[in-house]
Write a protein that binds this ligand. Structure first.
Ligand code: IPE
Ligand code: IPE
Ligand code: MG
Length: 246
């Protein structure tokens, strides 16, 4: 499956979303409520990642994308940022075998040039080790921003033009093939935990016709029942893509 545009043609819609994209929010508040340091919420959040990955794979979801670190999260205290980097590295080290066993392909998407060489090596290894898996693609968006993605695609198109001297054909298909998510269909379902109702510079291009689901549940509390509630909400919707009601 590769990128198909919901604004160019109406996609097929099934009961199970082909692609779910999640903003995993509320780790800090989960911890603060328990009088724990904020970072304890991030550690606990890894368990919810595991549950969600396995719950989605079991239900036949083809692509799961998790927003782990935004291009704006560098604005956080330095200690929290470095904790998140270490947690990312240790989770990759610990969980890759499990992904491999479960038939899950891992992709990490974002501006990885900002990460330490050692973290980049861990990412490359985990991606290579799971590259042949077909059951589900798990994408971790790390130092990702929707605007970064659109700009890097635009830059690639401009460079192409410069290389062969002719202006590049810019349509949805040629543009989208340069976006970081060119290998995945557009998300059918977007979930944001933690109570905020905003996109926070996540997938800007791709959410054009995505169903949005917001829950007050903090990410560390997002369990299989919470995932099922989001999927039930999705199943109850009529996706029109601009058409009149059926
Ligand atoms: C989401 O939880 C995790 C990351 C952004 C890395 P937060 O850390 O944003 O938790 P809150 O929103 O402060 O509760
Ligand atoms: C979005 O959450 C980013 C991730 C979950 C990785 P934030 O907590 O950073 O979003 P804002 O700052 O509340 O919009
Ligand atoms: Mg937050």
């Amino acid at each position: 499956m590769s990128y198909t545009s919901s604004t160019v043609c109406v996609p097929e819609v099934g009961a199970v979303p082909r692609h779910i994209a999640i903003i995993m929010d509320g780790n800090g508040r989960w911890a603060t409520q328990r009088k724990l340091p904020r970072v304890a919420g991030h550690t606990k959040g890894v368990e919810a990642v595991r549950t969600t990955v396995e719950g989605c794979a079991r239900r036949g979801v083809g692509y799961l994308t998790l927003f782990a670190f935004s291009s704006e999260n560098w604005r956080r205290p330095r200690d929290e940022v470095s904790f998140l980097m270490r947690l990312f590295a240790s989770t990759l080290e610990r969980e890759t075998t499990r992904l491999e066993k479960n038939g899950i392909r891992l992709r990490v998407v974002g501006d990885l040039s900002m990460f330490d060489a050692s973290l980049r090596t861990l990412i490359q290894r985990a991606e290579a080790k799971t590259a042949h898996n077909l059951r589900m693609t798990l994408t971790v968006a790390a130092n990702y921003g929707g605007r970064w993605d659109i700009l890097q695609a635009a830059r690639q198109l401009v460079e192409q033009t410069a290389a062969d001297g002719r202006p590049a054909l810019v349509d949805e298909a040629s543009f989208a093939q340069h976006l970081a998510f060119a290998y995945a269909p557009e998300p059918d379902l977007f979930i944001r935990t933690g109570g905020e109702r905003r996109i926070s510079n996540f997938l800007l291009w791709h959410l054009a016709y995505t169903e949005l689901y917001f829950t007050d549940t903090f990410w560390p509390d997002f369990d299989d029942a919470a995932l099922e509630a989001a999927l039930a909400s999705y199943r109850a919707r009529e996706r029109r893509f601009g058409r009149a009601t059926a």
